[in-house]
Design a protein around this ligand. Structure first.
Ligand SMILES: C=C(C[SeH])C(=O)N1CCC[C@H]1C(=O)O
Ligand SMILES: [Zn+2]
Length: 597
C-alpha cells in the first residue's frame, strides 16, 4: 500500500542522501586541491574524480527513477526525490562529460593565470588580475593607461577563451536536453522555481532604470569635467575603462573625484584601514565578530585552519573569492587573495555570509544544503555589509571619525552606496541576458561580441574604449563567464538584500518608516539578537522550501521587489533629478560611435 511504499521511499532517500554527502565531500576536496594549486596534474586529478563521481550519480539516478515519488504524501520527501531525480551534467556520456569538464577547466585556468604587460614599462609582463591589474585600474586616472590595461586583459582572458567557450555551450546544452530542458537558459532559470523568472527580471529593471539613468547622467558629467569632452561625450555612452573597475560593474573607485559634495570630508575606508595596519585576518575576525553579535554561529576551528585568505607566493591559485562547504558539517573554507581595501572589506563579509548560510543549514539533508534560491546565497553577506558600511557602524569601529551626518554628508553616503549597488544591476542583467541568448542559439559564435556590446550599450550605457571585432570575446574576460557560474543570482541578490536589510532593521528597532530619526540609510543591526534570530530562522531552511516561503519568513513579502532598494535610495534619486535638471544634463545616451558589430 501507499503508506508502506512511502516508508520504503523515505529509507531509500535518506541513505542516498548520506552517500551523496560523501560524494560531494570528495568533489569539494578535489576541486579545492586544483583551485588552490593550479597544475596540470591537479587538473587531471580533479577531472578524474568528477568523472568517477558522475558514474556513481548516474547509478543512483537510475535507482531513484524507480520510485513513484510523485504520489507520496510527505511534501519534504517529494521535494527530496524531485531534486535527486535531476541528474545534471552527469547525464552526458563519459567522453562528452570529460570534454565539457576540460573546456570549462581550460577557460578557468586561463583566466586565473593570465598575465599582461605594464603600460609604463613594456618589459614588465607579469601583471596578474589580482592584485596588480585591479589595483592599477582602481588608482590610475590616465585614460591611456586604463585603455591599455583594459585592451590587454580582454585579449588575454577574453579572446583566448572563445573556442573553449563555444565547445562548453554546445556540450552544456546537450546536458540540458538530457535533463529535459530546452537549453541551459531554461535549466538555470529552473533554479528559481517561478514560471516567469525572466519577466520578473525585466520588471525589476523597469523599476530601477530611471534611478540608474539619473546616476549614469550625473557620473558622465563628472567624468567629462575631469577628462574633457574629447574623452567623455555629452550625450553618448560612458567609455567602460574610466569607471574604476575592469568590467564597470561597480564604480566605487571613482568616488573621490565624482562625489556630490567634494568639500565634505571623504569617507576613505581603504586609507583608514591601511593607516590602522589592518590585516586580512583582522578583517575576517571583525566579520566573524559581527555575525556572533547577532547570536549567529562562530566560525569553527577548521575554518581558521583550512581557509586561504592571502595570495600565496609559491604557486598559482584561482584568486576569485569563493566560499566552500565540504558537506561534512564541520569543514567550511574561504579562498580569496585579500588586499587591504574597501572592496575586500565588502568581499570578506560577502564570503562570510556564504559560510554562515552553510553553518545554519548544516543539519539539513545534503540535498537541501543550498540557498533558498541562488540569489539568497549571494545576499546574506551583502545584507550584513549594508549595516557594516553605515556611517554609524564605521564610527563604532573607528574607521570613520567626526560628526554625525548633515544632509550633504548623507547624499555623499547614498552616492557611495549607489555607485556600488545601483550601477551593478544593469551589468549583472546584461551578463545573463547575453548568455541566455547564446544558449538559446539566438547569439551564434560569429555574433558573440557584437551582441554582448549591444546589450551593454543598451542597458548599462557604456561602450568599449576601442573598436571590437569577432577576434575578441569580451564576455569571457569576466570570471563567471570563464568559470561557468550563473550570474542572475547577483542581480537577484542586489534587489532582495534591500528587502532583507529593511526587515532586519525594523526588527532591530533601527528603522521606523516615516521616523526621520530612524532612517534606513543609518541602520546598523550590530548586536541585535532579534534581527539575528530572524535571519537564522530563514537561513536554517536552506532549500527545503520554495524561496517565497523563506522570503516571507524574514520579510513578510513573498516576491522579489525593488521597493526596498528604491526606498533606501529615494533621497539620492531626488537629489540626482534636481542636480541633472540644474545642469541641463541629457538623461540616457545616444548610440555609440565605437565600432563593435
Ligand atoms: C565575491 C564573489 C564570489 Se561569490 C563574486 O563573484 N561577486 C560578488 C559580487 C558580484 C560578484 C562579482 O565579483 O562579480
Ligand atoms: Zn558570493
Amino acid at each position: 500500500d501507499l503508506e508502506a511504499l512511502e516508508h520504503e521511499g523515505r529509507e531509500y532517500i535518506l541513505q542516498l542522501d548520506r552517500a551523496a554527502g560523501i560524494r560531494k565531500n570528495r568533489a569539494s576536496v578535489a576541486e579545492w586541491a586544483y583551485t588552490s594549486n593550479i597544475t596540470k596534474e591537479n587538473e587531471e586529478q580533479r577531472i578524474q574524480v568528477q568523472l568517477e563521481l558522475s558514474k556513481q550519480d548516474k547509478q543512483s539516478w537510475e535507482e531513484t527513477k524507480m520510485y513513484k515519488w510523485q504520489d507520496f504524501q510527505d511534501f519534504t520527501l517529494r521535494r527530496m526525490f524531485k531534486k535527486y531525480s535531476q541528474l545534471g551534467v552527469s547525464a552526458l556520456p563519459d567522453d562528452k562529460y570529460k570534454l565539457l569538464m576540460q573546456s570549462v577547466s581550460g577557460m578557468e585556468s586561463n583566466y586565473a593565470t593570465s598575465k599582461i604587460c605594464s603600460f609604463k614599462n613594456a618589459t614588465k609582463c607579469d601583471l596578474a588580475l589580482e592584485p596588480d591589474i585591479t589595483e592599477l585600474f582602481a588608482k590610475s586616472q590616465d585614460p591611456e593607461e586604463l585603455r591599455h590595461l583594459w585592451v590587454e586583459w580582454h585579449r588575454a582572458a577574453g579572446a583566448r577563451a572563445r573556442d573553449n567557450f563555444t565547445q562548453y555551450v554546445q556540450l552544456d546544452n546537450e546536458a540540458a536536453k538530457l535533463n529535459d530542458f530546452k537549453d541551459v537558459a531554461e535549466w538555470w532559470q529552473a533554479e528559481y522555481e517561478v514560471a516567469d523568472f525572466e519577466a520578473q527580471l525585466a520588471r525589476l529593471w523597469e523599476d530601477v532604470k530611471p534611478l540608474y539613468q539619473q546616476l549614469h547622467a550625473y557620473v558622465r558629467r563628472r567624468l567629462r569635467d575631469k577628462y574633457g569632452d574629447q574623452v567623455v561625450s555629452q550625450k553618448g555612452p560612458i567609455p567602460a575603462h574610466l569607471l574604476g573597475n575592469m568590467w564597470a560593474q561597480t564604480w566605487n573607485n571613482i568616488e573621490s573625484f565624482t562625489r556630490p559634495y567634494p568639500d565634505k570630508k571623504e569617507v576613505d575606508i581603504t586609507q583608514a584601514m591601511q593607516e590602522q595596519n589592518y590585516t586580512a585576518l583582522k578583517m575576517f575576525q571583525m566579520s566573524d565578530e559581527f555575525f556572533r553579535s547577532l547570536n549567529l554561529t562562530a566560525m569553527p576551528e577548521k575554518f581558521w585552519k583550512n581557509s586561504i585568505i592571502e595570495k600565496p607566493t609559491d604557486r598559482e591559485i584561482v584568486c576569485h573569492a569563493s566560499a566552500w562547504d565540504f558537506y561534512d558539517g564541520e569543514d567550511f573554507r574561504i579562498k580569496q587573495c585579500t588586499t587591504i581595501d574597501y572592496e575586500y572589506f565588502q568581499t570578506t563579509h560577502h564570503e562570510m555570509g556564504h559560510i554562515q548560510y552553510f553553518l545554519q543549514y548544516r543539519h539539513q539533508p545534503v540535498i537541501f544544503r543550498d540557498g533558498a534560491n541562488p540569489g539568497f546565497h549571494e545576499a546574506v553577506g551583502d545584507t550584513i555589509a549594508l549595516s557594516v558600511s553605515s556611517p554609524k557602524h564605521l564610527r563604532r569601529v573607528g574607521l570613520v571619525s567626526g560628526d554625525a551626518e548633515d544632509e550633504q554628508t548623507e547624499i555623499n553616503q547614498l552616492y557611495k552606496m549607489g555607485i556600488d549597488k545601483i550601477v551593478f544591476l544593469p551589468f549583472a542583467y546584461t551578463l545573463d541576458l547575453f548568455r541566455y541568448g547564446v544558449f538559446r542559439g539566438e547569439t551564434r559564435p560569429e555574433d558573440y561580441n557584437c551582441h554582448y556590446w549591444q546589450l551593454r550599450e543598451a542597458l548599462q550605457g557604456v561602450e568599449p574604449p576601442v573598436n571590437r571585432t569577432e577576434e575578441d570575446f569580451d564576455a569571457a574576460a569576466k570570471y563567471h563567464v570563464s568559470a561557468d557560474v550563473e550570474y542572475a543570482r547577483y542581480y537577484v541578490s542586489f534587489i532582495i538584500q534591500f528587502q532583507f536589510h529593511r526587515a532586519l532593521c525594523q526588527l532591530a528597532g533601527e528603522y521606523v518608516p516615516e521616523d526621520l530619526t530612524k532612517k534606513l540609510v543609518d541602520c546598523d543591526i550590530y548586536q541585535s539578537v532579534a534581527a539575528g534570530n530572524a535571519l537564522a530562522n530563514m537561513l536554517k531552511m536552506g532549500s527545503s522550501r520554495p524561496w517565497p516561503d523563506a522570503m516571507e519568513a524574514l520579510t513578510g513579502q513573498r516576491a522579489m521587489r525593488a521597493d526596498g532598494l528604491l526606498e533606501y535610495f529615494r533621497p539620492l534619486h531626488d537629489w540626482l533629478r534636481a542636480e541633472n535638471q540644474r545642469t541641463g544634463e541629457h538623461i540616457g545616451w545616444e548610440p555609440s560611435k565605437i565600432q563593435y558589430c
